[in-house]
Write a protein that binds this ligand. Structure first.
Ligand code: PLP
Length: 484
């Protein structure tokens, strides 16, 4: 019997824990046996589950067997080396172990006082990331700014907008009863949908979200942004925040942060830089140009949970002036008051985010950074860029395919010359095969295939096999997309 009363005994936990780690190791070692994309029909997974919860406790061994039987067929295997869809959401041994340790410790890090190590390791890791990426000192915890781990880049954008909104409200308190109605927000037409969501959540007028057109490179046009700001100011609106994207979701286009800042900063418009995917590239000094202009930003974020071998969730969010964030998010009820907070000497991260509670997420970051070191991280990023460049060269050299966007980093946007329907059918057929997984976007109004290279285990062999499969399947389809 493996329980202690109704709890799992320490001895049983040890045994099941070892079995679970063995299971995860075998899953990752054998991941290529699985089709990359799950092919279950909607409702299949629920049909396998009992209609009602068990009355009596069950055996952990049975639970693990059900993971194999019910969960695995319903998985799309994001850690598969031929997962070339969406964006990398890569993980690694040290990250998984850090996550497990966080669960094992089970601390709540809402206040410094509720677990000082949870706060201080996090502050230190966020400062380490500045060194790793060569980011400006204005975000360092030792000055007026600082960093915090958010669950996602979407939350980072929301928090930045709440701080920017308060800054406008503070300034205009005297001259208008409802300053939020005047807040205009700017982002490229290719910015992530989280910007529109943040505008709604912040209670701003969605019709004052200005989606600025992009140029041939799919990056925001700084001249169009400057015009929009000028027009809004003349109309009595308050340019509140601009989101500049470093590495758009569709095509990794890089918005011109220096020229955006030239307009935004004098207009008092908060500059938030969203480098969710691309930020990790800056571990390589030769790629730090992607962060040109970030030294003028009010806030910045990137996701170690995308390309830095750190499992979801882990977004690194920085502000240049932490007091702006605290003004927006700090509410202190009596039951959270304590001497350390009152002293002003400590960071209470509950004031830097929307929820109160928070896990010890910095542990996995600490383990990942120590395991790989700067050089290890650089090695993998450079390898992914090399693989992407090789894939792009093959697309460019093939008479039936074309590149659709520049390839500054790890994402190749391309299409077959056969048209939208042909490309959509090609992607469906490839994904149905289970051998690889690709997704699409629309650029210049046309269907575009995205090949995103950044998984922990992706090697030359997987990229070669993907290209072979793409060209082979395309060659067997006639112009309507039917198999010939
Ligand atoms: N911003 C950009 C540029 C992204 O590419 C993504 C994800 O694709 C996000 C934001 C959203 O990331 P998260 O899931 O961390 O909110």
């Amino acid at each position: 019997m493996d329980d202690d009363g109704f709890h799992m005994s320490g001895e049983a936990f040890r045994a099941h824990g070892h079995a679970l780690i063995d299971w995860i190791a075998s899953y990752l070692d054998g991941i290529e046996q699985h089709p990359v994309r799950s092919s279950v029909e909607p409702g299949w997974v629920r049909d396998q589950l009992p209609a009602h919860p068990p009355v009596h406790g069950e055996d952990f061994g049975q639970m693990l067997a059900d993971v194999e039987r019910i969960v695995v067929p319903g998985l799309t295997h994001w850690q598969h080396p031929s997962f070339l869809a969406y964006f990398p959401s890569n993980t690694s041994g040290p990250s998984i172990l850090g996550e497990l340790l966080s669960a094992g410790l089970g601390v709540q890090g809402m206040l410094w006082a509720t677990s000082p190590a949870c706060t201080e390791v996090e502050t230190h890791m966020l400062d380490w990331l500045l060194d790793l990426l060569g980011l400006p000192d204005r975000f360092r915890s030792t000055g007026a700014g600082g960093g915090v781990i958010q669950d996602s880049a979407s939350s980072a954008t929301l928090c930045a907008l709440l701080a920017a909104r308060e800054r406008v409200a503070d300034r205009s308190q005297a001259d208008t009863a409802d300053p939020y109605r005047r807040c205009a927000v700017y982002a490229s037409e290719h910015a992530h949908s989280s910007v529109a969501k943040a505008v709604r959540i912040a209670g701003l007028d969605p019709s004052l979200l200005r989606l600025i057109p992009s140029g041939d490179d799919h990056a925001l046009r700084a001249d169009a942004f400057a015009h929009a700001v000028e027009r809004d100011r003349q109309a009595g609106l308050a340019p509140t925040m601009v989101v500049a994207t470093v590495g758009t979701t569709s095509s990794t286009a890089i918005d011109p942060v220096p020229t955006i800042a030239e307009t935004a900063v004098p207009a008092g418009c908060w500059v938030h830089v969203d480098a969710a995917l691309a930020g990790t590239a800056a571990v390589c000094p030769e790629l730090r140009w992607i962060h040109d202009g970030v030294d003028r930003a009010d806030s910045y974020c990137f996701n170690p949970h995308k390309w830095m071998f750190t499992n979801f969730d882990c977004d690194a969010f920085y502000v240049a002036d932490r007091h702006a964030l605290l003004r927006a998010l700090s509410v202190t009820p009596e039951y959270l008051r304590n001497a350390a907070s009152d002293s002003g000497e400590v960071i209470d991260y509950r004031d830097w985010q929307v929820p109160l509670g928070r896990r010890f997420r910095a542990l996995k970051l600490w383990f990942v950074i120590r395991h790989y070191g700067e050089e290890g991280l650089r090695h993998h990023v450079r390898e992914h860029l090399r693989l992407a460049a090789g894939f792009a060269a093959r697309v460019a050299a093939h008479p039936d395919f074309e590149l659709v966007a520049p390839v500054p980093l790890n994402l190749v946007c391309f299409r077959h010359r056969g048209g939208d329907d042909f490309n959509a059918a090609l992607v469906e057929r490839l994904n149905d095969s289970g051998a690889l997984y690709l997704t699409h976007t629309r650029l210049d109004g046309r269907y575009t295939i995205r090949c995103s290279i950044g998984q922990t285990r992706t090697t030359q062999r997987h990229v070669d096999a993907a290209w072979e499969q793409i060209t082979h399947v395309a060659a067997t389809m006639d112009a309507t997309g039917a198999v010939g």
